[in-house]
Write a new protein. Structure first.
Length: 497
């Protein structure tokens, strides 16, 4: 077999395609193949005319490889590879011209194809790594959840098993943004991925970090609930987090000694508050607080701009109520649950609503409300001494920070066991109203648990009972009154059992 490389051009400069001619005696075969390789004409002719120059032809590069410029690919190496490929094909029985062309193309475009394949693999690897990074990015997913909650694209189910969805309330959205900031802070402390979240010890490390940062147990428990929800949403989104990881973030029962003291006002304290001669902002705050005490609703239900007292002056022609009975119909902001509160829960409730309708419904932020209601109860304590009673409590993170700040020079009193002490008036907050309502309803003995939950809107009895601040001592006194003169363990007269 004889092979010859040549140019089909009359020009002496520039570039031209390189051809190869194959002559085979047995079997008789002749073919001219365009290699699609452009070479420098001047250098090719000089090397072809001078055998010694051709031996050094690997010093000048091929100019073009099809449409791709292959800098540094040498003619000598290329022609040698083509010769070897053609020789191998001609030794195969039944070969044809197409086989020769394919063999030449395979050599000529081999590096180009390899380069293209490497480029393809590189892009696929980059895409895979990017997807993996995104999948591992907990913060990215959490940010997305919070943003979708805020714009309404992410909604919650109305109830378990229901197909109807409802937008998240502003309170829930705000709480998730607080959780979002907390997780970002923890990420700055120690970086983590979903793979780390899957680790058995991750929840414990997160809780220990929150404890070191000064967060109270109740707050830690609440944020564990957010972690659990986040893990379940990530699992539904196909991210690399296990169901077990979400279940590990269980909210836990917080003992009373680990909470800031939660109190409920007594009937005497409530009466004193009602009778206080107040004006201006303090009068508005007092009236809003009393409304919460008489209805058992959250501050977010009656302290916001959506609260309009005119909507409550209504009758209910339902079989559950007598026609002339008036009720408050209110949709709770947190749960979207509709509740009905009879005006007769307290005779002063009607007067409060009339006051709201006459003077306009009071509006107040939670921060301002909590500051003013403490001032009001402090003033009330001068005439109602029970509000001056000192109770042990757990200081909040802010209170501990204030106590450590030497410039503010504020120190809380402590008992001989090191527990912080506060007067009862200093423990009053917006949520005290809801606790007061539940506690006084239970103490009245007039209502069943179901009756009271229908008013407060609680879904579970366990959560409802957390609002009962009757206290173990008061409960023991009530039992003593019932047992007095009878005895729980004595035999009845006449041997009756």
């Amino acid at each position: 077999m004889h092979m010859k490389f040549f140019l089909r051009t009359t020009k002496r400069q520039g570039s031209a395609p390189l051809y190869v001619q194959i002559n085979l005696r047995s079997p008789k075969f002749r073919q001219v193949v365009n290699t699609h390789v452009d070479v420098d004409v001047t250098k090719w002719l000089s090397s072809y005319e001078d055998p010694e120059a051709y031996a050094r032809a690997d010093r000048f590069p091929v100019l073009h490889l099809g449409q791709r410029i292959e800098r540094g690919k040498m003619v000598k190496k290329l022609t040698s590879d083509i010769e070897a490929a053609i020789t191998q094909v001609t030794q195969t029985p039944g070969f044809g011209k197409e086989d020769i062309q394919e063999a030449v193309d395979a050599i000529v475009y081999r590096e180009a194809r390899e380069a293209l394949e490497k480029e393809k693999q590189r892009k696929e690897e980059e895409k895979r790594m990017k997807k993996q990074r995104e999948a591992q990015d907990v913060l990215r997913f959490l940010d997305s959840v919070c943003e979708k909650m805020a714009d309404g694209t992410l909604q919650r189910k109305k109830s378990y098993g229901s197909d109807k969805n409802l937008p998240y309330t502003q309170g829930t959205i705000k709480a998730w943004h607080v959780f979002r900031k907390l997780v970002h802070r923890y990420y700055a402390f120690t970086r983590f991925t979903w793979e780390d979240v899957n680790e058995e010890g991750f929840p414990l490390m997160f809780k220990q970090w929150m404890k070191r940062e000064g967060y109270m147990q109740k707050t830690i428990s609440r944020h564990c609930g957010y972690w659990k929800t986040l893990c379940f949403r990530a699992e539904d989104a196909g991210l690399p987090v296990t169901h077990k990881a979400g279940m590990a973030f269980q909210q836990f029962k917080v003992e009373e000694q680990d909470k800031a003291r939660e109190i409920a006002l007594t009937r005497e304290e409530l009466d004193g508050l009602w009778q206080m001669p107040l004006t201006g902002e303090k009068a508005k705050v007092r009236d809003l607080f009393l409304f919460g005490c008489f209805t058992g609703q959250r501050f977010s239900d009656y302290g916001s701009s959506e609260f309009v007292a005119e909507d409550f002056d209504c009758g209910l022609s339902d079989e559950s109520f007598i026609d002339e009975e008036r009720v408050i119909c209110l949709t709770q902001r947190k749960t979207r649950k509709e509740v009905f509160i009879p005006y007769d829960m307290d005779e002063r409730l009607s007067e409060l609503i009339e006051r709201f309708q006459r003077n306009g419904t009071p509006k107040c932020t939670n921060v301002t409300f909590n500051r003013l209601i403490k001032d009001i109860c402090h003033d009330l304590s001068e005439s109602v001494p029970s509000l001056q009673a000192v109770v042990t409590t757990k200081l909040t993170m802010k209170e501990r920070a204030v106590e450590k700040d030497e410039k503010k020079n504020i120190t809380f009193e402590r008992d001989n066991r090191g527990r912080a002490l506060k007067p009862r008036w200093a423990c009053v907050s917006s949520h005290t109203a809801r606790r007061t309502a539940v506690t006084l309803m239970i103490q009245s003995g007039l209502f069943s648990t179901g009756d009271m939950m229908s008013i407060t809107g609680h879904s579970t009895e366990a959560v409802f009972k957390e609002y009962d601040k009757t206290g173990k001592l008061a409960a023991a006194k009530a039992i003593a009154r019932k047992a007095k003169g009878h005895g729980a363990f004595t035999t009845k007269k006449g041997g009756e059992e």
